[in-house]
Design a protein around this ligand. Structure first.
Ligand code: FAD
Length: 348
């Protein structure tokens, strides 16, 4: 079995950016991706999410941004990615699910389709495959339906059913905007929602990213960049606002019962559906044998959390992780990771 100079896991924005730059630097590599088709996590997003609804998808390196029109994001972005992979001849192999990465002198990448050997690794596995649902007493006793963002089937599914949306992020805001005009909704958040009233300037964006960098530098599990940028209402959410959908019920419910939830003050709320818009965790379980995690549960990255190299093992780059978990951040991280792979291979 030959040993590659590098191997990228994941063909989303982060993995394609890394592959593009590795190729430009002449570094032999493959990209292994668990999906059947191009598009990273975008191919799994709900049908009602159009390119106009998303906050702005950055262009891949050396291309142009996808147009902000009424097309479905789960079709438009995958088409862009497919064309990009073809145009740049990126060496993506799919579907290949990586199960574990281990090794001493060389890295052994074990998958459902055999084992690859590599000198360096760029991990670009995103978060979509690790939806997070918090534990509340009684969660399993609920007789209604529970869904997570990954399962969101579009608003019609909820018509006429009293729906509790849980979570204080952008997804919750979008779900409430779509559901409030057609059904009875309630919103539960752990903390008061943080609304952004100022312009979203590049400085404000950099400040949000810096917050996540500090966590990663300390080896803490990263928060999502979107969660620290603050929430905004768009014109399509105006009707929901008028209907009072954004008056979050605080503090959070304390338990779940068969037909609803029990609030902290002891009062009961009947609900038919709980929609958990409670985010994701980084999909990094396959890296466990490398022992990269700190006791605090995160992976410490170099340059005070601004870099892409795992402090515990300089052969490993993490892109789309923590501060680079946005399309623009993933682009930059891909370029940086490719340069650092080259530096490592040269023994610098
Ligand atoms: C609803 C929603 C809307 C968003 N809107 C925006 C926006 O408007 N602008 C923006 O900048 N960001 C947005 N984001 C965030 C943005 O989508 C992500 O930061 C970015 O697309 C992630 O790219 P990625 O390459 O890191 O991950 P992904 O796109 O998730 O790609 C990861 C790839 O790795 C593969 N993979 C995972 N595990 C394995 C494994 N073990 N073996 C092999 N392959 C594996 C997956 O199959 C997948 O193809 C949004 C996120 C959500 C949830």
């Amino acid at each position: 079995m030959t040993t590659l100079d590098s191997l990228v896991i994941g063909a989303g924005q982060a993995g394609l950016s890394a592959s593009y730059h590795l190729r430009r630097l002449g570094i032999g590599h493959v990209v292994l991706d668990a999906n059947d088709a191009p598009g990273g996590a975008w191919q799994h997003r709900w049908d009602a999410l159009t390119m106009r609804d998303v906050h702005g998808v950055a262009e891949l390196p050396g291309s142009v941004p996808p147009p902000r029109d009424g097309r479905r994001a789960n079709a438009a972005v995958p088409e862009e990615f497919a064309a990009y992979e073809r145009e740049h001849g990126l060496p993506v192999i799919r579907p290949v699910a990586v199960r574990s990465v281990s090794g001493d002198d060389e890295l052994l990448v074990e998958t459902d389709r055999g084992t690859w050997r590599t000198r360096t690794l760029v991990n670009a596995t995103g978060t979509w495959t690790r939806p997070f649902v918090p534990v509340y007493p009684g969660r399993d006793a609920f007789r209604g339906e529970q869904l997570h963002t990954v399962d969101y089937p579009g608003p019609e599914h909820f018509r006429g059913r009293r729906t509790l949306v849980v979570g204080g992020g952008a997804s919750a805001v979008q779900f409430l905007g779509a559901l409030a005009p057609i059904t009875d909704v309630l919103w539960a958040t752990r903390r008061p929602p943080v609304w952004r009233t100022d312009e979203f300037t590049p400085e404000a964006g950099a400040a949000s990213v810096a917050l996540v960098e500090r966590r990663v530098a300390a080896g803490l599990p990263p928060e999502s960049v979107v969660s620290v940028t603050g929430l905004v209402l768009r014109p399509q959410e105006e009707e929901a606002r008028r209907l009072g959908a954004y008056d979050a019920r605080l503090p959070m419910f304390r338990s779940i019962e068969a037909d609803g939830v029990r609030w902290a003050d002891g009062s009961f709320e009947r609900v038919d559906v709980i929609l958990w818009a409670t985010g994701f965790r980084p999909a990094i379980g396959h890296l466990a044998p490398l022992g990269l995690r700190t006791a605090a549960g995160g992976i410490m990255l170099d340059r005070d959390g601004r870099g892409t190299t795992a402090v515990a093992d300089p052969r490993i780059q993490l892109v789309g992780y923590g501060p680079s978990a946005s399309t623009i951040g993933a682009n930059r991280a891909g370029r940086q990771a490719a340069r650092l792979v080259r530096r490592f291979l040269r023994g610098e």
